[in-house]
Design a protein around this ligand. Structure first.
Ligand code: ATP
Ligand code: MG
Ligand code: MG
Ligand code: MG
Length: 480
């Protein structure tokens, strides 16, 4: 089954259950001060869950573009190292706004997975919230437990703690217990050795969570207390790439047709082969993952920049560029060449990729060019700093220099150091960063009279560029 078919079947199934199919919201959040990027399917429906507005349709289903690289859900460190966490991924979902609740949500999820997709029932495990004895003192979700017990043998129902089985959107907002569905795709021999139940939520690459059914019944207030929501709702999220992995009978998301065209293209460009050694594989996975995050964000209007969400995108791309440079031997822009392939595989479901194709390609190429122009020098500097370091910790001032002069985002420097078994003096870095900010504030106060940093003024004489951060050039003019 192709990934296109997997997606279509999901939406068709819920259409058949009287859900309205809606498009994905943008991956970049524009009007929610608590979130930079959409990190779950429910984000766009938050106001319905809070009761602040009412949905015209009580049942909705879609596939949502998500990004988990900042804030509460940050999977960046896992990406590439494991085979089932991405920065950008699609979350398939179905929602009930004050309509059906646990019974239908559970029964339909089971029906879709086992009757429609024909996943082997014996490979599935489900989890139920066990309750908590903290300040919230919540009871076990007996209702969900009983509903599952009617469908699956009891030894396939796992009790889960608050971390895994109580879903919260953020520090505030709608929340509630959840039931997750996990799938065990290990070989028969492996299964015979160790029971899958003991591997659920243990970061096993072949015993993975695919679907989370959240039963929203509370709202967490600013003071931390829970209150009952005026109406109960269902919010489900299924990882599309993981589902494709299961249905396509492969052992990694990267072996599904969502990723293989990108990986083949990286192989063609770099001459490296995927599946030969771990270091190369991680780099190929990282690049094939990161281009998706970057391309979808640009398509939704978020260009790489030096602040806020734009800097998150720049950091992701620079991370990818450096993986290519160090592990795939690329010293010329190449990631931009994946945009075309991405458009071909995903453009039907997400037309914005095709519509914005040229812009995305240009922006990525320009970013690659500018970072590559300082990357090598920066790496040489970092190497010499490492060699001269005595206590396995790198001076924050040096990390600042890498950031300021060579455009190394601080998490990239940390990542490289970590690979080599070194640590970073984060405090020292922050001190240097603050000192620079203070300096430039003071400088800009003084320089107002002499320098203007803007174009389109005939009364100015061009006097040159000033490189600030790797590729950020301030065009300087003298007033005449
Ligand atoms: P995990 O425990 O694997 O990190 P999660 O519990 O954080 O997943 P949820 O917030 O429950 O994930 O999201 C719903 C579904 O989205 C998950 O069941 C999973 O299939 C998928 N998912 C979550 N995070 C990612 C990711 N980083 N990449 C791909 N799919 C993901
Ligand atoms: Mg997670
Ligand atoms: Mg989980
Ligand atoms: Mg989950």
């Amino acid at each position: 089954m192709t990934s296109q078919e997997v997606r279509a079947q999901f939406l068709d199934f819920f259409k058949g259950k009287k859900h309205k199919i809606v498009p994905s919201a943008p991956i970049v959040m524009k009007d929610d001060p608590t979130l930079m990027f959409t990190n779950a399917g429910m984000n766009q429906f938050k106001e319905f869950f809070l009761g602040n507005s009412i949905s015209k349709s009580k049942r909705i289903s879609d596939t949502q573009k998500c990004l988990r690289v900042s804030g509460k859900h940050n999977d960046l460190e896992e990406v590439g190292k494991d085979t089932y966490h991405h920065t950008m991924f699609e979350m398939l979902g179905n929602w009930s706004f004050g309509d059906y609740f646990k019974k239908e949500a559970i029964q339909w999820a089971w029906e879709l997975l086992t009757d429609v997709y024909k996943i082997d029932k014996d490979s599935l495990y489900v989890s139920v919230f066990e309750g908590s004895d903290d300040a919230d003192s919540l009871k076990m979700d007996k209702e969900a437990f009983d509903l599952w017990k009617a469908i699956v043998p009891e030894d396939r129902i796992i009790m889960g703690n608050k971390k895994d089985n109580f879903w919260e959107m953020g520090d505030q907002g709608p929340c509630g217990p959840c039931s997750e569905i996990h799938v065990d795709i290990r070989s028969k021999e492996e299964k015979a050795k160790v029971t899958g139940a003991s591997l659920v939520n243990q970061d096993h690459p072949q015993v993975v969570e695919i679907w989370n059914l959240v039963f929203m019944q509370y709202n967490r207030k600013a003071n931390g207390q829970l209150e009952n929501l005026p109406e109960k709702h269902v919010d489900t999220g299924m990882g599309f790439e993981r589902l494709c992995m299961v249905l396509q009978g492969v052992k990694s998301n990267y072996d599904t047709d969502v990723f293989t065209p990108l990986i083949r293209e990286i192989e063609t460009i770099t001459g490296r082969k995927y599946g030969k050694d771990e270091e190369t594989d991680i780099a190929i996975r990282v690049v094939s993952d990161h281009i998706r995050a970057v391309a979808f964000s640009i398509a939704d209007g978020q260009l790489p920049s030096n602040t806020g969400a734009g800097y998150v995108i720049r950091r992701i791309l620079r991370r990818g560029i450096r993986y290519g440079f160090t592990f795939l031997g690329t010293n010329k822009p190449f990631i931009y060449r994946l945009v075309k392939v991405l458009g071909e595989t995903m453009g039907k479901a997400f037309p914005e990729l095709r519509e914005q194709y040229q812009l995305i390609e240009n922006v990525v190429k320009e970013e690659e060019n500018s970072f590559l122009s300082t990357l090598e020098q920066g790496l040489v500097l970092l190497d010499s700093v490492i060699k001269s370091s005595k206590n396995k910790t790198i001076d924050g001032q040096k990390a600042f220099e890498l950031y300021d002069t060579f455009g190394f985002p601080i998490d990239l420097t940390s990542l490289i150091l970590e690979e080599k078994g070194y640590k970073l003096d984060v405090e020292g870095f922050e001190k240097a960063l603050k000192a620079q900010k203070d300096r430039s504030r003071a400088a800009s106060e003084v320089s107002k009279e002499d320098w203007v940093v803007l174009l389109e003024d005939a009364e100015q004489e061009f006097i040159g560029y000033d490189t600030l951060e790797a590729n950020v050039k301030l065009v300087k003019y003298r007033k005449v």
